[in-house]
Design a protein around this ligand. Structure first.
Ligand SMILES: [Zn+2]
Length: 311
């Protein structure tokens, strides 16, 4: 397992090197950090920590990507991986590889379990867990299997457009933005202005995106939120899924895909395509997206998209 981790790290290093060549004055990217704790399974990639800027690291594997900001006296963590004590311990172990400073604040980008899975592990230790108010509502609405405990809720819910996370000296460390409901109703985008890094959760992914319409997601919300993200001064964007950070140009290209996808959807509805043919009629292969998978064919999601594309 260690050998394959090394191979992945080398491959990732090559990709990063080619990105760095195109980016304006990018920070140096070391290859993936050596991993002292490996909890590999046959099907899910083990966690890996990579340095993105002086004070920012991303942690891939075992769920959506997590991000940490190592401040002068404390750590901010964005997202918490799939639920489970082993994942929680592994995640904290990766943070400990980067720093011994305490985790002071946790921010959750959206309600899905691969990002919000270990909220309860942090609230149990009295670490503030911050999320948009629609995230808490979404988690509380989630069906709970018989005999299972309901998901733990964030300890701090913010309403409105943003929430500022300050360090112990009162300085602004992170600005948690809710620009629009895109992936879900309660999306947060976490901006680290001093590092020029932004963590987008699943509003940015390296694969086909996913609009969770039953939980308030929206194609136009995706587009509008990404437009706001592009107004921020950043060098690197951390996607919710994908092994590497992305440049601002890559985020702009991704936002342009949404513009194209929405325009094609609107044209399809205008031309009289029926709901059952909608997804098959929207060309997306040239965007690198597959929108004919079962998750996109879910009737509740098609209904929502059809309504969005109708005006
Ligand atoms: Zn998600």
């Amino acid at each position: 397992m260690k050998a394959s981790v090394t191979v992945l790290a080398l491959a990732a290093g090559l990709v990063i090197a080619s990105q760095a060549a195109a980016a304006p004055a990018p920070p140096a990217f070391p290859a993936a950090a050596p991993n002292s704790i490996v909890t590999a399974t046959a099907t899910v990639a083990p966690m890996q920590i990579k340095q993105v800027s002086d004070r920012i690291y991303m942690i891939t594997g075992q769920g959506g990507n997590a991000t940490i900001h190592v401040g002068f006296s404390e750590v901010i963590l964005v997202d918490t991986k799939n639920a489970g004590t082993a994942n929680f311990n592994d995640l904290v172990g990766r943070v400990r590889w980067a720093t011994q400073l305490p985790i002071h604040t946790v921010i959750i980008t959206h309600q899905h379990g691969d990002h919000s899975g270990n909220i309860g592990q942090f609230t149990a230790q009295k670490v503030p867990v911050i999320a948009h108010e629609a995230l808490a509502a979404g988690l509380a609405r989630q069906p709970v299997a018989a005999g299972a405990a309901p998901p733990a809720l964030p300890s701090v819910s913010y309403a409105g457009p943003f929430y500022t996370v300050r360090n112990s000296f009162g300085g602004t460390e992170a600005i948690v933005h809710h620009f629009a409901p895109g992936h879900t109703a309660g999306d947060s985008v976490v901006y680290f202005p001093n590092q020029k890094v932004v963590a987008l959760g699943d509003e940015l992914v390296a694969t086909t995106p996913n609009i969770d319409s039953p939980n308030g997601g929206s194609a136009k919300g995706f587009r509008d939120s990404l437009a706001k993200v592009l107004e921020l001064d950043f060098v690197w964007a951390i996607p919710g899924h994908g092994d590497n950070p992305m440049t601002k140009a890559e985020v702009a290209a991704y936002k342009a895909k949404w513009d194209t996808f929405i325009a094609r959807g609107q044209a399809a509805v205008k031309s009289g395509v029926t709901k059952d043919k909608l997804m098959a009629s929207i060309k997306a292969d040239d965007l690198g997206w597959n929108v004919t998978t079962p998750i996109w064919a879910n009737p509740a999601r098609v209904d929502a998209l059809y309504a969005e594309f109708s005006n």
